[in-house]
Design a protein around this ligand. Structure first.
Ligand SMILES: Cc1cc2nc3c(=O)[nH]c(=O)nc-3n(C[C@H](O)[C@H](O)[C@H](O)COP(=O)(O)OP(=O)(O)OC[C@H]3O[C@@H](n4cnc5c(N)ncnc54)[C@H](O)[C@@H]3O)c2cc1C
Length: 434
């Protein structure tokens, strides 16, 4: 038995059911394929900070694998081309992969299942609950969060699996070193990739600083590390499993104290869970202008406004500061994401999918369900029962940056720009076909 595991958003050895399934095989080829650029709206490649975080995570994973006599092969190219070639070359008899909610990722697995004459096993591992643990089928998944939360919040979150004690050896192949990124973490918000850094952050936020006990009041802070947990990059890349994080919360509550704030951190993990399963249920409608509603939101897309939004060069200092923080660090707080998304959609009349694609390029915590699901929510074509959100930028600034510290730190004050008026007839033409 010669197996292959294709790592995607599960860059860890611990609590990784797919990896654990190979214990009895004779050899195991561990593979990672660098993400493909988005072929539209000039948003090619992955941003410098996302690339850095990913490379650091892959180097850490490779080291962990090497300590168990294993190794990691990192290649470029599409799974549909690369994996069949590797299967033939190494006479692989089984392929495994951890479940992923993205439509393209699902299509790739479906293609491999059809094309290869060997089993392609999909394992759960990136959610709190397995699909069969859910008290509803994906067809009956609530469209909005609250009914979903009420149905699942009391379900048992199984404990993380014990650490692996053995992995089969790799086949004899050339496993090149993974070059370090040329980009460094931003000194204003340094978030290093890799499991060890994620574990350190969990220990610091939950157990050492006990910041979890005040989380509900601080979570809307605009800068990372100050108020919210900043766990998202390690969760999105799978350096940490979400069940490990949930159980760290439960351990703290059992051993120290439980209050509204400790519950609220778990509550936010339920949002992640909701968007994960919604992405699976929604398939490609997650990427449509109208989402699942069938009613496209009218937008008069003006490329210069979009370019200014991306560059943090609008007439809104808070938006500029946030966008500059995003590109410089790869991270932005939840409140910040809501503010800039609302600005693109409501102030600049932009197509929300362009904003989502820009986030996809830059966020070190990019996660298909959470990203596109939250964008749809604010645009009013997703799971918001109120039909979209419009944030008042002055009010948000007064509430979250009253002294202007954040705006100054990230250079949000820019020279005023002329307003661009768009010809109303130019967009969308037939947006559902785009
Ligand atoms: C427009 C927009 C785009 C977003 N894109 C992403 C994305 O690509 N990846 C991503 O992980 N999150 C995304 N989010 C959700 C949220 O902003 C981030 O998860 C959060 O800011 C990460 O910071 P934190 O780890 O400190 O969060 P905390 O407040 O400490 O929350 C703990 C964890 O709960 C989860 N979580 C919190 N809020 C949300 C939420 N609204 N939706 C889903 N999960 C949540 C995350 O896993 C987070 O790490 C997006 C939100 C918006 C409004």
């Amino acid at each position: 038995m010669r197996h292959l595991h294709w790592f995607r958003s599960d860059l860890r050895l611990n609590d990784n059911p797919a990896l654990a399934s190979h214990a009895a095989s004779d050899s195991l080829l561990c593979l990672y394929l660098m993400p493909k650029p988005k072929p539209w709206c000039n948003l090619t490649g992955i941003g410098p900070q996302r690339e850095r975080f990913l490379r650091e995570s892959l180097i850490a994973l490779k080291n962990d694998l090497q300590q168990m006599g294993q190794d990691l092969l990192v290649l470029e190219g599409s799974a549909e081309l690369v994996i069949p070639h590797l299967v033939e070359r190494f006479a692989i008899t089984e392929v495994s992969v951890s479940d992923h909610p993205g439509w393209e990722e699902k299509c790739a697995v479906d293609y491999l299942t059809d094309k290869l004459d060997i089993p392609v096993q999909v394992h759960r591992g990136n959610t709190l609950f397995g699909e069969l643990d859910l008290p509803m089928t994906l067809d009956d998944l609530p469209l909005v969060f609250s009914p979903f939360r009420r149905k699942v919040e009391k379900l048992l979150v199984r404990g993380p699996r014990p650490a692996l004690s053995h992995l089969p050896a790799p086949p004899s192949a050339q496993f090149d070193d993974i070059p370090l990124s040329n980009n460094k973490p931003h000194p204003g918000l340094p978030i290093p990739g890799g499991r060890a850094a994620g574990l350190r952050r969990v220990k610091q936020f939950i157990f050492d600083d006990e910041a979890i006990t005040t989380y509900k009041a601080t979570r809307n802070c605009l800068d990372g590390f100050d108020g919210s947990s900043t766990f998202s990059p390690w969760l999105a890349n799978g350096n940490l499993s979400v069940r490990e994080v949930a159980h760290a919360i439960f351990d703290f509550e059992r051993e120290n104290t439980a209050n509204e704030s400790t519950y609220w951190l778990f509550f936010e993990l339920l949002w992640r869970e909701f968007f994960y399963w919604r992405a699976q249920a929604d398939g490609k409608s997650l990427f449509l202008l109208s989402g699942k509603t069938g009613k496209p939101r009218r937008s008069t897309f003006e490329p210069r406004n979009f370019a200014r939004w991306c560059a943090g060069d609008t007439n809104h200092p808070i938006v500029n500061a946030l966008m500059r923080q995003l590109v410089a660090t790869g991270w932005m707080s939840n409140r910040g994401r809501q503010i800039v998304a609302s600005c693109l959609i409501n102030e600049l009349d932009g197509d929300w999918r362009f904003g989502a694609a820009f986030f996809e390029k830059h966020l070190i915590d990019y996660d298909v369900g959470s990203n596109y699901g939250n964008w749809q929510y604010i645009a009013g074509v997703g799971s918001d029962p109120r039909g979209g959100r419009h944030f008042n930028l002055e009010k948000q600034t007064a509430e979250h940056d009253p002294e202007g510290t954040f705006v100054t730190k990230w250079g949000g004050v820019r020279p005023l720009q002329p307003d661009f008026i768009t010809d109303a007839a130019d967009w969308p033409i037939d947006s559902e076909k785009i």
